[in-house]
Design a protein around this ligand. Structure first.
Ligand SMILES: *[C@@H]1O[C@H](CO)[C@@H](O)[C@H](O)[C@H]1NC(C)=O
Ligand SMILES: *[C@@H]1O[C@H](CO)[C@@H](O)[C@H](O)[C@H]1NC(C)=O
Ligand SMILES: *[C@@H]1O[C@H](CO)[C@@H](O)[C@H](O)[C@H]1NC(C)=O
Ligand SMILES: *[C@@H]1O[C@H](CO)[C@@H](O)[C@H](O)[C@H]1NC(C)=O
Ligand SMILES: *[C@@H]1O[C@H](CO)[C@@H](O)[C@H](O)[C@H]1NC(C)=O
Ligand SMILES: *[C@@H]1O[C@H](CO)[C@@H](O)[C@H](O)[C@H]1NC(C)=O
Ligand SMILES: *[C@@H]1O[C@H](CO)[C@@H](O)[C@H](O)[C@H]1NC(C)=O
Length: 409
């Protein structure tokens, strides 16, 4: 790319017959009012315009003899008409009060890879181009989009889609983007159903703040690369809402839902799960945990402390903060041999002797009002000095903090 650009600039210079001033010539030629034209240096040449005249900017970019990126912000456009031929790799038209886009508006932008239409007033995304072959990234977050052309991703190898903060009710428009899509953010929309099958590279799906709460409303089939699924803030009350057939999520975010323990919460089918966030639900019992889970967060639920006894498990980090726990089972963590962080903050435990036999250095976070002892040894404040790991007859280490010592963390 740089080579091509160099050659073009060189030819341009010959044309002007002033080689030594060639860059200056390109630069001086045209930078538009309220734009900065950055055509030297190591990055892709780019034009950044804030509050400029749209037509002037387009005329300027048309004259550039090399491929560049264009950013236009805070420039009223309203109806975006078909653009003339522009040699752009990336185009941002954000915060430009665009209310509508003419069909095939981007037809002549042959090399465009990245398109950003964030923070406009769009209600619809029409077909942008007859073939979207080069498109990799498209973002149109913070609009009012409820309709997207089902052919938007025709021929595309799109990798990254962010249509968060819109009014979408379905994901039909993704049908043509299956195999290449890797990252999808549809958070803050109005989805009641989301069905994904055969997106073989999809690894990140963000569906937070939608309406996905009925049984089977989130269906992932055969997503072999799925790593992260965020379905927090959806009003989900039972795990039936999720149907993950042959899709083994590693990080599952289910916080801020309505999950409870009236029906057993059994995650054993989530065989690759490493991290599970269940904060801010109404859970009263420890769920059935999948074997590979390492991080479990159950903050701000309705756990009954006297009934908590974790089964034998390789959990490493556990949070039970904010559960108004008063009493607490001494043996709650006795079976967790790998645990190294236990968070008991913001509870109402006055005094507890915990039995912990972890092979790791353990950090227990607890309220100042809690009188904590571990394996019969009482931890008092350490005169503000850095608390040292303690050694015991068993040869195991404990590293215990009081909340007011957390500044040492
Ligand atoms: C450039 O920005 C200033 C300040 O926002 C504005 O008054 C002026 O009209 C802009 N110029 C053009 C050509 O839009
Ligand atoms: C959506 O997810 C992507 C990750 O792929 C992230 O970069 C982006 O910031 C997210 N959007 C919002 C609005 O947070
Ligand atoms: C999902 O998107 C929201 C913003 O829309 C963001 O705050 C959140 O962190 C994202 N979730 C993940 C797991 O990235
Ligand atoms: C998904 O892929 C499988 C096997 O590759 C195929 O049998 C099935 O028809 C595909 N499903 C859809 C909805 O495309
Ligand atoms: C999950 O989805 C698959 C495919 O759509 C369906 O066959 C199956 O019955 C669903 N499972 C449940 C428990 O509803
Ligand atoms: C959890 O579900 C699995 C099958 O999905 C089942 O085999 C197991 O017995 C259940 N666990 C409990 C404690 O009910
Ligand atoms: C827990 O203690 C706080 C004060 O520390 C109190 O306001 C709250 O009512 C207590 N909650 C319960 C369930 O006892």
């Amino acid at each position: 790319m740089t080579l091509l650009r160099g050659v073009l600039v060189f030819l341009f210079a010959i044309l002007l017959n002033t080689p030594s001033k060639s860059f200056a010539a390109v630069n001086a030629l045209e930078c538009v009012e309220n734009c900065s034209c950055n055509y030297d240096g190591y990055e892709t040449p780019n034009t950044v315009c804030i509050g400029a005249n749209f037509d002037d900017v387009i005329i300027h970019v048309q004259k550039l003899p090399f491929m560049s990126n264009l950013v236009i912000q805070k420039t009223p456009i309203y109806h975006l008409k078909k653009l003339p031929e522009l040699n752009l790799a990336e185009l941002e038209l954000s915060d430009c009060t665009i209310t509508s886009i003419e069909d095939y508006a981007f037809e002549t932008l042959q090399h465009l890879k990245v398109l950003n239409l964030d923070k406009n007033l769009l209600t619809e995304i029409p077909k942008l181009k007859r073939s979207m072959r080069n498109y990799r990234v498209i973002s149109a977050k913070h609009n009012m989009i409820s309709k997207v052309s089902p052919d938007l991703f025709i021929d595309s190898q799109i990798i990254n889609v962010d249509f968060s903060h819109n009014f979408l009710t379905d994901i039909e428009f993704l049908k043509r983007s299956k195999s290449s899509l890797e990252s999808l953010n549809l958070s803050f929309n109005l989805l009641e159903q989301a069905y994904f099958s055969n997106f073989s590279h999809l690894s990140y799906v963000n569906l937070t703040h939608n309406r996905l709460k009925e049984p089977n409303s989130v269906r992932l089939m055969g997503l072999c690369d799925i790593v992260t699924l965020d379905v927090s803030h959806n009003g989900i009350s039972t795990l039936d809402a999720l149907n993950l057939t042959d899709s083994y999520v590693k990080h599952l975010y289910l916080h801020q839902n309505r999950l409870h323990s009236n029906v057993q919460l059994n995650f054993s089918e989530y065989k690759q799960l490493q991290e599970l966030n269940l904060d801010d639900n109404e859970i009263s019992m420890i769920p059935v945990l999948p074997t590979k889970l390492q991080i479990l967060s159950l903050s701000n639920n309705k756990l009954d402390g006297s009934k908590i006894i974790f089964p034998e498990h390789g959990l490493r980090k556990v949070s039970l903060s904010g559960n108004a726990l008063k009493t607490f089972s001494e043996n709650a963590f006795i079976n967790l041999e790998k645990v190294y962080i236990i968070n008991l903050l913001n509870n109402n435990i006055t005094s507890i002797d915990l039995h912990i036999y972890s092979e790791n250095l353990v950090k227990v976070l607890f309220d100042e009002k809690t009188k904590l002892s571990i394996n019969g040894i009482n931890y008092e404040r350490n005169d503000g000095r850095f608390p040292k790991p303690q050694h015991y007859d068993s040869g195991l280490n404990f590293f215990v903090f009081k909340i007011d010592e957390m500044s040492y963390l």
